[in-house]
Ligand binder design. Structure first.
Ligand SMILES: Cc1cc2nc3c(=O)[nH]c(=O)nc-3n(C[C@H](O)[C@H](O)[C@H](O)COP(=O)(O)O)c2cc1C
Length: 166
C-alpha cells in the first residue's frame, strides 16, 4: 500500500502516450470504487485531443498542466442513478482510485476540481455536450512525469482523537 504515500499531485508532464492497457487498468480502478447502495453512477470521458485540452485550459485556469499531458479524464455522474444525493462522495472515491491506480502504474496525476464551481460545471457541460442528467465532477490529468513532485510529510498526530472529542 505504499502507493497511498507515494501519490502526489504532478503538474509537469511529458506528452508520451499512455498505452491502452494502462488506461484500462486506471479506468477499471475508477469503476471499482465504493458507491452509496452500489449505484456506481459514474461515467468517464477520456480526452486526448490537444484542441480540447486548450479549450479546457481556457475554462479551468488551474488545469494548465494539461498543456503537456497526454490525457485527462473527466469523472461525471448520472444523477438519475445516484442514491440519496451521495453522488459527490461516489465520484470523489472514484477520482481517488484513478489517482492511486495511476500512481501504481508509475504515472503522475492531479485532481482538478470542477463541481461545485458553478461556472466550471456549466462550461464543461457545454464543452462535453453533456445531457442534463450528467454532471461533471472532476478532471484528472495523467501522464508520464517530467519531474518528481517534492516529498511530503503528512503525519499529524495532533489531528487524532480517540473515543470522544475531549
Ligand atoms: C477537490 C480538489 C480540487 C483540486 N483542484 C485542483 C486544481 O484545480 N488544480 C490543481 O493543480 N490541483 C488541484 N487539486 C490538488 C490539490 O491542490 C492537492 O491535492 C493538494 O495541494 C495536496 O497535494 P498532494 O496532492 O500532492 O498531496 C485539487 C484537489 C482536490 C481534492
Amino acid at each position: 500500500m505504499d502507493i497511498l504515500f507515494e501519490r502526489k499531485s504532478c503538474r509537469s508532464y511529458v506528452s508520451a502516450p499512455i498505452p491502452q492497457q494502462d488506461l484500462d487498468y486506471i479506468l477499471h480502478a475508477a469503476m471499482s470504487s465504493p458507491s452509496a447502495m452500489n449505484t456506481r453512477p459514474w461515467h468517464f470521458i477520456v480526452i486526448k485531443d490537444k484542441e480540447t485540452h486548450s479549450k479546457i485550459m481556457q475554462i479551468h485556469r488551474a488545469s494548465q498542466m494539461l498543456a503537456n499531458a497526454p490525457l485527462g479524464i473527466i469523472v461525471c455522474c448520472d444523477i438519475e442513478k445516484q442514491y440519496k444525493n451521495y453522488w459527490q462522495q461516489d465520484c470523489a472515491a472514484s477520482t481517488q482510485n484513478i489517482l492511486l491506480a495511476a500512481t501504481a502504474k508509475g504515472y503522475g496525476s492531479v485532481w482538478c476540481g470542477i463541481y461545485p464551481i458553478e461556472d466550471r460545471v456549466k462550461a464543461f457541460a457545454e464543452l462535453m455536450n453533456l445531457p442534463e442528467n450528467i454532471k461533471p465532477f472532476s478532471l484528472v490529468v495523467i501522464g508520464k512525469k517530467a519531474e518528481e513532485p517534492k516529498e511530503k510529510q503528512r503525519w499529524e498526530p495532533e489531528k487524532i482523537r480517540y473515543e470522544k472529542w475531549q
